[in-house]
Design a protein around this ligand. Structure first.
Ligand code: TXE
Length: 492
């Protein structure tokens, strides 16, 4: 059993001694037994974060020293890549190679925010008065609750932890209760890198138990959350009680639009990757394939052929191309979602039933699944399955492609394929999504903002804005030669 709660510089068990078993989604084996934090633990972590922030221990470091700290953390992450990848794959069931890619992205995130911190400076304002200087400063927002999901556990929390540290904030990190191992290791690296006591705190445990405490306590200034829409709505309404700022990344139902004049070889290949990478457990998964009618049969025949070839397997299966779903509960949700789609009239072309292969029987595997004859009135087109289910819709015109692409409550990402540059430019501008790929699908850069329109959330991670979320803006006006204002008569 590992004491996995880190408060005020010390590892400790849960206040009531409770623990949770972390089991591999790939085969059910016991990965770790960790502390299951409760409200008392969350309160202690908030107190430690508040007191460290109010002491000025970290803000006094200044931007340059914090930038150097982040670069050190990036070095440590790269040093420990093998260990971290093994921990991540243990919790999530994803292939080791994918976890290694994730660790590289995590290190790149820390380097990005190190760079931004090194460039940070006050902004001079022209006061219009010779003896007055006026400037804008950027202060740490304060104490942050950082709540992460289970699909890219370390990467998603890195997008929060790195800018929080760059800004000089103190935080309470709560990883998903399903995937705490890499968050625990990250906290060890932060300790090693020299983050002051009380600045970085970790509470492992169930969101349903400690989530409200982390998002309503008046000592918390900011909540950054990545997860499901219903939890995001709850956090937003709870945070309103203390007028707390919130940043939310709540997933998407992402349109992948292919015109008949696209490079169909590349587009078809990307259609398969976009939907089935990490078994669809990706907020930006291209789960809605939207095809110009004239290429429907050709593209669908090819993606069905390709979907059948995808090999499922656990972290160390070198022949595997994608892994299991995160849990039995999630697998059941995906199955119910599929059944509802078929009931609504979608045509199941491939997949749809759990594999009976003996080597997969102990894990939560679900095969790549394609539903044809779909339209935007259907639940399976509107709601996220967060599993390997692709729906196929057709369009006749550019206007219809745009209308379909925007006919969703979500707005995280989307893609458009065509060799006609003017057309892809028009469509990309018209799509109401936070990221639009043209003749590509999936890449992101730490220097580019990430986040959603509409119900996909608010605020942005990464880019420059990803740091600004953790800053308060202050105007400082300095009068170097004060004299009476003369507004009211002084009676002299
Ligand atoms: O998410 P939850 P779940 C979507 C995806 C998935 C659905 C549900 O569609 O099927 O969400 O997944 C913490 N206050 N995404 O149930 O519950 C929880 O402990 C504060 C999209 O796993 O939202 C975990 O740390 N926090 C997504 C985190 O919220 C609370 C990634 C996410 O869990 C809380 C994952 C509360 N009241 C799922 N209740 C994406 N945007 O990429 C729970 N949590």
């Amino acid at each position: 059993m590992r004491s996995s709660i880190f408060i005020d510089g010390e590892w400790r068990p849960a206040s009531d001694g409770a623990t949770r078993e972390i089991r591999s989604p790939a085969d059910g084996s016991l990965i770790a037994t960790v502390s299951e934090g409760k409200i008392d633990d969350a309160l202690a972590a908030i107190a430690a974060a508040r007191s460290s922030f109010d002491s000025g221990v970290f803000t006094s470091w200044g931007w340059a020293r914090r930038s150097a700290l982040l670069a050190t953390v990036a070095d440590l992450l790269e040093r420990d890549v093998e260990l971290i990848a093994a921990l991540e794959s243990g919790d999530t069931g994803k292939r080791i190679i994918e976890s290694k890619y994730d660790v590289a992205d995590v290190a790149a995130t820390f380097r990005h925010f190190a760079q931004l911190a090194s460039e940070q400076h006050d902004k001079k304002i022209d006061s219009g008065i010779p003896h007055v200087s006026s400037r804008i400063t950027y202060d740490a927002i304060g104490v942050c609750s950082l709540i992460g999901p289970w699909n890219y556990p370390l990467l998603q929390i890195a997008w929060k932890v790195a800018p929080a540290l760059a800004a000089g904030c103190s935080f309470i990190l709560k990883p998903s209760e399903l995937t705490p191992s890499t968050a625990m290791h990250l906290l060890k690296l932060l300790e090693e890198a020299g983050v002051p006591r009380g600045v970085a705190n970790l509470v492992t445990g169930a969101g349903s138990v400690i989530g409200d405490t982390l998002t309503t306590d008046p000592r918390v200034d900011f909540v950054s959350f990545t997860g499901g829409l219903s939890t995001g709505k709850r956090i937003m309404s709870k945070a309103a009680e203390t007028v707390k700022k919130v940043a939310l990344e709540l997933g998407g139902k992402n349109p992948h639009i292919i015109f008949a004049d696209a490079d169909l070889d590349a587009a078809t290949d990307f259609a398969v990757t976009a939907a089935f990478l990490h078994s669809g457990q990706v907020c930006s998964a291209g789960t809605r394939l939207i095809l110009e009618r004239s290429i429907h049969d050709q593209v669908v025949t090819e993606i069905v052929r390709r979907a059948k070839l995808i090999r499922l397997g656990g972290p160390t299966d070198l022949t595997a191309e994608t892994g299991p779903l995160i849990s039995e509960g999630h697998l059941k949700k995906v199955e119910e979602y599929l059944a509802r789609g078929v009931q609504e009239g979608a045509k199941l072309l491939v997949g749809g039933v759990r594999s009976t292969a003996p080597e997969l029987s102990r894990g939560w595997y679900f095969p790549p699944t394609i539903l044809d004859n779909c339209d935007t009135s259907m639940y399976c087109v509107q709601e996220e399955s967060f599993g390997p289910i692709m729906t196929v819709e057709v369009f006749e015109s550019e206007e219809e492609a745009i209308r379909l692409g925007n006919d969703t409550i979500y707005g995280l990402s989307g893609a458009v394929w065509s060799k006609d540059n003017a057309k892809t430019e028009r469509v990309s501008k018209a799509l109401r999504h936070g990221t639009v790929w043209i003749n590509d699908y999936g890449p992101y850069k730490p220097a580019a903002e990430w986040g959603g329109f509409k119900a996909s959330g608010n605020g942005r991670e990464l880019g420059e804005h990803g740091l600004q979320e953790y800053l308060e803006i202050k105007h400082i006006w300095t009068n170097n030669s004060p004299s009476k204002s003369g507004w009211f008569a002084d009676g002299i």
